[in-house]
Design a protein around this ligand. Structure first.
Ligand code: F6P
Length: 323
């Protein structure tokens, strides 16, 4: 194998640059040329391929976002669109690809492999919603950002005897909400998979208000309530002045944590090894302490880890209060 490409796809995630950097270094060490693809699958289709040398890998390791750009391209499902991508890669002599991205990138990588371009995927998303890996690149950084934000919100809620509704990202996965609510001692946690009704939330806050709790933090996953409407209902029922904060894209940026960089770098090295071994159609993931490469097709039906027990326990512990 003489030339490989690397692209980042879907929502950017802190640590993607560390992964790109490690792909370049690992390839360079094996005398393989590396092409970056600008803006994900969109760049493949538009032929935005650029040969880079080892210098490109030097300064990006600590940077947030993705230095090579990302995009979402739903049209990549269409075979004619993918054919353009394959033609561009073949013209440039690129035989294989490392795809860094979320579950939206899986199918593209699988289909390209079937069309003769071996692809290895790396789990890059803040959502932690990739079933083939215990953790995804970017999750730890986003979690730390959310934790810091909630603690800042707690300071002001505690000062003013208020309640805060904090909406966190995760798409349809509740891990960011569960982990962030756990590490900040949030009194109420409602996640995509463990959703409380608005009534349950309102009643719980009213109960804590009656007991004289000074501040209440409610962590909710995005896409399940209207945070501002929920805040109004809580205020009406509990008497707390209640404010909603939607953390938004602040969660996607920032310097990657050491753990995200480590996962990114080790999985990138592993991915290049797979390509050199002539493999494709695999997604690299963390299984306990071990990196493994799973067949993309076989990962499609794996159910997401059931967090109900953890969520129930944390809810119980965080709702204990005594004046
Ligand atoms: O997948 C990452 C993510 O940040 C999700 O948590 C969120 O639902 C989505 O992307 C937001 O996408 P966009 O940046 O396109 O609004």
């Amino acid at each position: 194998i003489k030339k490989i490409g690397v692209l980042t796809s879907g929502g950017d995630a802190p640590g993607m640059n560390a992964a790109v950097s490690a792909v370049i270094k690992a390839a360079y060490a094996k005398n393989i040329e590396v092409y970056i693809v600008r803006d994900g699958y969109k760049g493949l289709v538009n032929n935005w391929l650029e040969k880079v040398d080892i210098n490109f890998s030097q300064d990006i390791i600590s940077r947030g976002g993705t230095a090579i750009g990302s995009a979402r391209l739903p049209e990549f499902k269409e075979v004619e669109v993918r054919e353009k991508a394959v033609a561009n890669l073949k013209n440039a002599g690129i035989e294989a690809l490392v795809v860094i991205g979320g579950d939206g990138s899986y199918m593209g990588a699988q289909r390209l492999t079937e069309m003769g371009i071996n692809c290895i995927g790396l789990p890059g998303t803040i959502d932690n919603d990739i079933v083939s890996s215990d953790y995804t690149i970017g999750f730890d950084t986003a979690l730390n950002t959310v934790m810091e934000s909630i603690e800042k919100i707690r300071d002001t809620m505690q000062s003013h005897n208020r309640c805060a509704v904090v909406e966190v990202m995760g798409n349809r996965c509740g891990d960011l909400a569960l982990y962030a609510g756990t590490v900040t001692g949030a009194e109420v946690i409602s996640t995509s998979e463990g959703q409380l009704s608005e009534e349950e939330i309102v009643n719980e806050v009213a109960r804590l208000s009656k007991l004289g709790k000074r501040s209440v933090i409610i962590v909710i996953s995005e896409k399940i309530y209207d945070a501002n409407e929920l805040a109004k209902k809580i205020e009406a029922a509990s008497g707390y002045v209640t404010r909603a904060t939607i953390l938004g894209h602040t969660q996607r940026g920032g310097t990657p944590t050491a753990m995200d960089r480590y996962l990114a770098i080790t999985s990138a090295i592993y991915a290049v090894d797979q390509l050199v071994a002539g493999k494709g159609g695999l997604y690299v993931g963390l299984d306990g302490q071990q990196l493994i490469a799973r067949d993309i097709n076989s990962t499609l039906n794996i159910p997401r880890k059931d967090r109900t027990q953890e969520l129930t326990t944390i809810r119980l512990l965080n709702s204990q209060f005594k004046k």
